[in-house]
Design a protein around this ligand. Structure first.
Ligand SMILES: [Fe+2]
Length: 357
């Protein structure tokens, strides 16, 4: 299977996995072929692309770091909790948070179980689903980085909890400002900035989670150079959870379509984050991200400096910019590979661009 962005989807492409229209309803089943009207519908619903099966990707298997069932349950759990927070249903919260705690333990277990694989976070999500998918992705990315940094299971649990709930304060911000498609005025931005403090206060008052998880909500928009909010904290004065969640938050937001801009490619998002190494972002955290998140995920088609076209079949933690590539000729996969990391004869070959194969 391989991921195809929506601009390259065509009638006849065969789905490699189920596509959910929301957290419970399947829109399209694995194995179905796309039609022109389905391609249009996918665009309207806000999906960024799909996994498809075709000849060039027939031997590729993309291993998910956490199971689709766990993703779905966590998004449902979060939706219930956010609804209660927004509507001041305090009596419901204890049970909802207990459910989320069980799910968070499973998330940590699954991430640790898959600790050898690189992340291919391309989540198939519609516009409606953004808040829950984003919180979940931030949690998974944060736990992956925390595990690279050597955190134990108990600490990872608190980190995941903080990451899932980091934007709780947005439930108390005017939806018109929050979902505004254009640029925010300075006054509107000041309103949005309140969500860190509001979320922290809400968690302190109503939610039984570790202290460090609550502080995550307060610190996730602080920047390593002191330029963030609400308190302009710098370096180690920002809780390590805040420094991790900040990077995960930016990576996932950049790689998502938003009402005001198109999604960045993973390679462009990583390049941006690396450009802020030791400036906006903690260098230790950036290093952890770049060990586990592939700029060219499995299934990405590349044009090489030799003119060859290939599909990424494997990434290496130590050299994330130089994957193992299977050559494609006349839109057919061959049995020839170029190992950009380990083939001595390939050392002078560079990646020119990402293309559709
Ligand atoms: Fe936030």
């Amino acid at each position: 299977m391989r991921y195809v962005p929506k601009k390259n989807l065509q009638a006849g492409h065969k789905l490699a996995s189920d596509l959910f229209i929301n957290r419970n309803r399947v829109l399209l089943r694995k194995g179905m072929s796309l039609t022109d009207s389905l391609v249009r519908k996918i665009d309207i619903l806000g999906f960024q692309g799909l996994y498809i099966d075709d000849d060039v990707s027939k031997d590729l298997y993309i291993e998910e770091i956490i199971s689709p069932e766990l993703k779905l349950k966590t998004k449902n759990g979060l939706q219930s909790f956010f609804y209660s927070a927004e509507n001041n249903n305090v009596s419901q919260i204890k049970g909802q948070i207990n459910t989320i705690k069980y799910l968070v333990r499973d998330i940590v277990d699954e991430v640790l179980h898959h600790r050898q694989i690189m992340i291919n976070i391309i989540d198939l999500r519609a516009y409606d689903d953004y808040t829950y998918s984003h919180s979940l992705n931030v949690a998974v990315l944060s736990v992956v980085m925390g595990s690279v940094l050597g955190m134990n299971q108990k600490t990872l649990f608190a980190l995941a909890m903080g990451a899932l709930l980091h934007d709780t304060g947005k439930m108390f911000i005017d939806k018109q400002i929050l979902n505004k498609p254009g640029l925010l005025t300075p006054e509107e931005f000041e309103e949005i900035k309140k969500h860190s403090e509001l979320g922290f206060q809400y968690l302190c008052k109503n939610v039984d989670v570790p202290e460090d998880s609550k502080i995550s909500a307060l610190h996730h928009h602080e920047q390593y150079n002191g330029g963030g909010y609400p308190n302009g904290l710098a370096q180690e004065n920002i809780h390590i959870f805040g420094r991790i969640i900040c990077v995960a938050d930016v990576y996932d937001a950049l790689t998502s379509d938003r009402p005001y801009r198109k999604a960045f490619l993973p390679s462009d998002a990583i390049e941006y984050i690396m450009s802020e190494y030791n400036n906006k972002f903690d260098p230790v955290v950036v290093k952890a991200l770049t060990r586990k998140v592939a700029p060219y995920p499995i299934g990405t088609c590349l044009k090489l400096s030799t003119g060859d076209i290939g599909i990424v079949v494997k990434n290496f933690e130590s050299t994330i910019l130089r994957p193992l590539v299977k050559l494609i000729i006349n839109k057919k996969a061959t049995n020839h590979y170029i190992d950009l990391s380990n083939d001595r004869s390939a050392l002078n070959i560079t990646i020119k661009e990402i293309i559709d194969c």
